[in-house]
Design a protein around this ligand. Structure first.
Ligand SMILES: [Mn+2]
Length: 429
């Protein structure tokens, strides 16, 4: 397998460790003045893991064009190599979320062996009924699980059941369902009937869910349907999840809401009703831009983690969300973006741990808006980079992950080992 040697990472770390120790000690002293223990925060950061989407390792694109990078993975085994490189450097991405049929292989035990060998596990298998596959009997042009035609719905149901079986072979424990079903013209679709058909199909999938599995529904406001989508928002999402049962929860993709929506409050609501299944982290300015996590709205990401850490602190029942990245990298090296994004999500988590919850509750009770908001800002404004770097170092990752990656020559070697297959004409992948 194509990998970055552990010995190379540890040699590279030598040039940074002296400065890191100084920065870490200084931050530790500063935190202790607020009654915070840097070692406890570092332990929490070491435990924090976020999954990498298999599809994120390739260069993305738009509906206009895709500009492929060099040495892109051509199959799931090569995607797995890149996921291993990301985890070897970042030390916080020890699982992969696969997408089917894109990642389908004939022998899943071989794939499982490979992932075990590089210390990666599989979580959250994703089904795909938003595009037609070669030799498919029924087209999804007008929908899948909510299609007006029963045979098309059945085909989509069976695909989801197949995906569950692939996931079982890989040791995954959840199925994420996102459908592109919807309409482009007012009047094209009967809102209630299409939602009823969707629920009827989902009930059949839910009934076949292994006992220790969860099913996560991902809502999305628009695209590919531009007038309405069957699971448009968190309202439709939680209604469907409540209708289906306790093993069905909602998944929040940060880019799948209307502009200016208060996502952290949605997260709080889902937590309260035991319906928060997980996240697809990314960032956006206009729509479902799928930009790098924390690249535009780090404060929003921090406020989401404020809710998550609050639920963790209160030991909220039924709270165990799955964290995943879901991004499209059009102008960066996907490996660099995924390393950086994982660290940015981890950063939000650590900052949320700095919040003095007792003080915050006291300000809330006293209706002291200024002090409550300052309590959050105090945590957000503190630079926790030494904790993140120390976390990577102690877990065997790279102190300076991007610099180490570049120096390793991984991409250049991949370019030689993985010659382009050509035919890269697709838009969004
Ligand atoms: Mn997503």
């Amino acid at each position: 397998m194509h990998r970055i040697e552990k010995s190379f990472i540890s040699e590279e770390n030598q040039q940074y460790i002296t400065d890191l120790n100084k920065d870490f000690d200084y931050l530790g002293e500063k935190l202790s003045r607020s009654g915070l223990d840097i070692e406890k925060l570092t332990d929490a950061a070491v435990k924090f893991q976020i999954a990498v989407p298999s599809w994120g390792t390739g260069t993305g694109g738009t509906r206009f064009a895709r500009f492929p990078g060099v040495g892109e993975p051509r199959n799931i085994f090569e995607k797995l190599e890149d996921c291993a490189a990301i985890n070897d450097l970042s030390a916080c991405t020890n699982s992969v979320s696969p997408h089917f049929p894109w990642d389908k292989v004939d022998d899943f035990s071989e794939l499982k062996q490979q992932s075990d060998a590089v210390g990666l596990s599989w979580i959250a298998v994703n089904s795909n009924t938003f595009q037609d596959q070669k030799d498919q009997a029924h087209s999804y042009k007008y929908g899948s699980l909510s299609h007006t035609d029963a045979a098309t719905r059945q085909q989509a149901i069976e695909h989801n059941l197949d995906v569950i079986s692939y996931g079982q072979a890989l040791g995954a424990k959840s199925l994420t369902v996102w459908v592109g079903d919807g309409s482009n013209h007012p009047g094209q679709q009967h809102f209630q009937r299409s939602f009823e058909r969707y629920l009827e199909s989902m009930k059949k999938i839910y009934a076949e869910l292994p006992s220790d599995w969860e099913m996560h529904i991902e809502h999305k406001m628009f695209e590919p349907a531009f007038y309405s989508t069957v699971i448009q928002d968190w309202g439709s999402n939680i209604l469907a999840a409540m209708e289906l049962g306790p093993k069905c929860k909602s998944l929040v993709d940060l880019g799948h809401h209307a502009p200016n929506v208060n996502i952290e409050m949605i997260v709080s609501r889902l937590i309260q009703f035991k319906k928060l299944g997980g996240f697809h982290f990314n960032d956006s300015k206009y729509g479902d831009d799928d930009l790098d996590s924390g690249s535009l709205h780090p404060y929003q990401q921090f406020l989401i983690f404020n809710e998550l850490v609050d639920a963790e602190a209160r030991q909220q029942e039924g709270f165990s969300p799955a964290y995943m990245l879901d991004q499209s990298h059009n102008v960066t090296d996907p490996i660099e973006s995924l390393i950086n994004s994982a660290a940015e999500v981890q950063r939000s988590y650590i900052k949320a741990l700095l919040i003095d919850r007792e003080a915050l509750y006291a300000h809330q009770t006293a209706n002291d808006a200024m002090m409550a908001s300052s309590e959050l800002k105090k945590a957000f404004n503190l630079d926790v980079s030494p904790i993140l770097a120390m976390t990577r170092y102690r877990a065997g990752g790279a102190i300076e992950a991007i610099a180490t990656y570049r120096k390793s020559g991984y991409r250049q070697q991949a370019a030689i080992k993985r010659p382009s297959t050509g035919g890269n004409t697709s838009g969004i992948v």
